[in-house]
Design a protein around this ligand. Structure first.
Ligand SMILES: *Cc1c(COP(=O)(O)O)cnc(C)c1O
Length: 570
């Protein structure tokens, strides 16, 4: 018996995600969504949950980012070899694309936990001899290409994924769609649910939607309607064909366009947003559906820097398997918290010197900001008024940035240029470093190594955000707009600080730009800088609260227990 066959011995939850970020060596992720998926899988392995994950092999990764003098982003593919870290499984399956058969195979990667738990992850691949040349590239570029390319990828992910699980002998009790990209799996399940006696093509009753609904769970991640994948029906008809009758498809996926979110909503028995606020926003966006909320988390062991791993091991044994125990952080002496932080800071500063040649001063308050460079994240907000910033900083502030813009996102690229050019202007007054090629490896050094983690999204577009949780775990307090998870984690002056007014309940276009900027500067000047420099014990108290009141709760162990009890077992 092949060793992978043991994974098929018990029924499993199938977790589908277009991107999964397990480590920097497997570059099949672009940002928060993928890292969340990876952390979810790791916690499932720790908790010995019967899960199997399905994603695309993305042979060209997302991309490697380099930045030139003027701050312009350049992209190159990250060609990687799945064969070096994964096992090719013997089964293949077929999907129909543009009336052609396309062969799909899967690479198996095992996520192993020290607890003995193992979660298999299947990386779908169409680069198989016998497929026509263009089809061999469907699983190359994550979020690359045009709408047609994306549609083909989603057919491979949803339909190909469901079929290969079947071909391999998996028995699946729930299908969890992490975002709408995988929603075509519902069409495969619909096909399987087809009533054999009523097989007339347009007999609506032949398709047992209830049977599919019972099997599906859907997590939405995007609080704006425009952020959801939609395909014109003429394109869908040409590329996807008619796996179910067009009339039924339009009933389920929208009358005018094939909307992947609608398809997932209509065919899931449990739907959730990724923070309480995001659940409410989604509820307003999709009236008529019941939308729950399960707040995202991070995998604590992955995201604790080695300095904090050692410290937690010493004072809070078993913390990695039970991050709730971090609630007892006050058992750790202040000096040791500070020493661990200084270790992480020195480690980051050495990395910065090696990669950029810039030398930062470890004595100075250092603010970090790194995430995908999307304009709604407003990464350049702190540079709104350079003179005022210089005055406030008084030579006692440094900034470290990071983040890639999507290759087709010109405004996102311009934001990076702004940050780098403003940084040049500030030289000698405020040192600003932009670390290139932000990925999981860079994140794991950058986030723990700064003193304060900044986030300035336009409310309510940060569905959850997870980098702030990584910061909190390493004793780095958040200084953030009240959006996403921070609405739940923020206690003013205790766990960190807010920027701007509280979020109102429902609007999706709120923008308190001027108020946010004013509050950012005022709080930095009057509260944060004085606390850091004049009251170190007070600062360390906030660091400890970030661990004991944020990190103990905002982790994927807590999150997965909620998915199990609220979504999977129903
Ligand atoms: C955690 C993480 C993110 C998510 O950051 P947000 O601030 O939540 O958007 C994105 N990219 C990488 C590489 C990460 O590790």
């Amino acid at each position: 018996m092949h060793t992978w066959k043991r994974f098929t011995q018990e029924p499993r939850i199938a977790y589908f995600s277009m991107e999964i970020g397990l480590s920097a060596e497997i570059p099949t992720y672009s940002g928060g969504l993928g890292v969340l998926a990876g952390d979810t899988i790791k916690s499932a392995a720790d908790l010995k949950l019967p899960l199997v994950a399905v994603t695309l092999v993305s042979r060209h990764g997302y991309f490697r980012q380099s930045l030139d003098e003027s701050g312009r982003q350049h992209e190159s593919p990250v060609i990687w070899d799945p064969g070096a870290v994964m096992e090719l499984l013997p089964a293949k399956t077929l999907v129909t694309i543009e009336d052609r058969d396309v062969k799909v195979q899967a690479w198996l990667y095992r996520v192993k936990s020290p607890t003995g738990g193992v979660v298999p992850v299947l990386f779908l691949d169409t680069d198989i001899p016998g497929n026509v040349e263009s089809d061999r590239h469907i699983t190359d570029d994550l979020y690359g290409g045009d709408l047609t390319y994306r549609l083909k990828q989603e057919i491979v992910l949803g339909i190909g994924g469901a079929r290969i699980l079947d071909a391999l002998g998996f028995s699946i009790k729930k299908y969890h769609m992490n975002e709408g990209h995988a929603a075509f799996l519902t069409l495969e399940l619909l096909d399987r649910s087809r009533h054999p006696l009523e097989s007339t093509w347009d007999e609506r009753a032949a398709w047992d939607t209830h049977r599919v609904i019972e099997q599906c769970v859907f997590t939405t991640h995007t609080p704006v309607a425009a952020g959801h994948d939609r395909f014109p029906y003429d394109l869908a008809r040409r590329v996807l064909g008619e796996p179910v009758p067009m009339g039924l498809l339009k009933e389920l996926a929208g009358a005018d366009e094939l909307n992947m979110t609608m398809l997932a909503l209509n065919l899931s028995s449990y739907v959730n947003g990724v923070a309480k606020k995001h659940g409410q926003i989604s509820q307003n966006l999709f009236p008529g559906f019941e939308i729950h909320a399960i707040t995202n988390g991070i995998h604590a062991f992955t995201w604790a820097s080695p300095f904090f791993v050692n410290l937690f091991n010493k004072y809070i044994p078993s913390w990695a398997h039970e991050p709730e125990l971090l609630v007892r952080v006050d058992n750790i002496p202040d000096e040791e918290i500070w020493d661990a932080h200084c270790g992480a800071k020195a480690f980051l500063f050495q990395y910065i010197e090696e990669t950029t040649g810039r030398r930062l001063d470890p004595e100075l308050l250092t603010i970090g900001f790194a995430r995908r460079s999307a304009t709604y994240k407003r990464g350049d907000m702190i540079f709104t008024d350079l003179e005022r910033l210089v005055r406030i900083a008084g030579g006692k502030l440094q900034l470290v940035f990071g983040g890639k813009a999507h290759p087709q996102d010109e405004p996102g690229k311009r934001m990076i240029e702004h940050i780098i050019q403003d940084g040049e202007q500030l030289r000698g007054k405020i040192e600003v470093v932009y670390l290139p090629n932000y990925n999981m490896e860079v994140a794991s050094q950058l986030i723990p190594g700064v003193d304060l983690w900044l986030n300035t999204p336009i409310r309510p577009l940060e569905a959850s955000g997870t980098s702030g949780m990584k910061a909190a775990l390493n004793g780095v307090p958040n200084f953030s707009v009240l959006d996403g998870w921070w609405i739940e984690g923020h206690i003013e002056g205790v766990t960190g600080w807010s920027i701007g007014p509280a979020a109102t309940e429902t609007s999706v276009t709120e923008n308190h730009g001027a108020e946010d900027v004013a509050d950012l500067y005022t709080k930095l000047e009057k509260v944060i800088l004085p606390l850091y420099y004049e009251n170190r014990p007070g600062w360390i108290r906030v660091m400890k609260n970030a661990i004991g009141k944020n990190a103990y709760y905002f982790n994927t162990h807590v999150m997965m227990r909620r998915y199990v009890t609220e979504a999977y077992i129903r």
